[in-house]
Design a protein around this ligand. Structure first.
Ligand code: HH2
Length: 271
């Protein structure tokens, strides 16, 4: 795999949850999750995003102890086996991030952009970690109940600008921060498509863009297919996001996306 010199990075999703929308329960066992993570790395993932709390629409929050019980065996085994991929912890909780970082994680993917526990930002700063700030309207339990915006792109942009200022104010160097429009987080099909279509407008914030479209509901709304059958739709959306400037791609299906991005990059970014 040629990921080192690629102008993008693929973040492979490792959900250790019984209820994720697209692969719920499949990798709930720690051994299976670790095997899956290593396969994603072989397929071209430069980052492995380990999550123990589902954020799918309607999901109930998970307690700290349960979340730790889910993710820690996976993180510990991955560390023991050794991996070249950067380990990301997908959590909104400081205690979970702390334990994950002690076990080798160096990236914090908090879908609330440090709104759930603002102290998490100071922790990321102190430990010299990378992070992603994502837009979400409302909270997972209720976010898909009639989301509305005057102009979704400018509102997402203003939110990300404010969260970036907060994170930098807490001491996180700008170079360590990526921004994410939060596809599917309090957005209708039209909102998601508008964000993808005008993704390049977010580049004005001066930070790399991470995008998470993998197998999401809006792709099912367009194709009529269930989550496990949305690989082609996922590939299309990621290639379009790449063309509009995204550089990190959070996906379940690393192999097909890696091939598609290699072709897209060779075509679009050719000298
Ligand atoms: N989407 C999900 C979870 N975390 N993080 C970022 N930065 N961007 C995203 O778009 C994003 C995210 C939801 O997808 P998934 O992990 O597949 O499902 P679940 O939340 O049910 O585990």
């Amino acid at each position: 795999m040629r990921t080192v010199s690629a102008p993008y990075r693929i973040m492979g999703i490792v959900n250790v949850t019984p209820d994720s929308f697209s692969d719920g329960g499949e990798y709930f066992d720690a051994g299976l999750a670790v095997e899956h993570a290593r396969e994603l790395e072989r397929d071209g993932a430069a980052i492995l995003d380990i999550g123990g709390e589902s954020t799918r629409p309607g999901a109930e929050p998970v307690g700290q102890e349960e979340e730790l019980r889910r993710v820690m065996p996976v993180l510990e085994r991955l560390a023991a086996l050794g991996t070249d991929a950067q380990i990301s912890i997908d959590t909104v909780k400081l205690a979970v991030a702390r334990a994950a970082v002690d076990a080798g994680a160096t990236f914090v993917n908090d879908v609330t952009a440090f709104r759930h526990e603002p102290e998490l930002a100071g922790f990321v700063a102190d430990r010299g970690l990378d992070c992603c700030l994502m837009h979400m309207l409302g909270e997972p339990r209720t976010m898909q109940r009639n989301p509305s915006y005057d102009d979704v792109v400018s509102e997402v942009k203003a939110f990300l600008e404010a969260r970036l200022a907060f994170a930098v104010g807490e001491g996180i160097p700008e170079e360590r921060i990526q921004l994410d429009p939060g596809i599917g987080f309090g957005k209708t099909l039209a909102h998601n498509l508008e964000l993808l279509r005008r993704l390049d407008e977010l580049l004005a914030l001066g930070r790399p863009l991470l995008i998470g479209v993998s197998r999401k509901t809006f792709l099912g709304e367009i194709t009529g297919r269930p989550p496990g059958d949305r690989v082609a739709a996922t590939v299309a959306a990621n290639v379009l996001a790449f063309e509009r400037g995204a550089t990190t791609f959070r996906v379940h299906d690393v192999k097909p996306v890696a091939d598609a991005l290699a072709v897209a990059a060779a075509t679009v970014r050719a000298p």
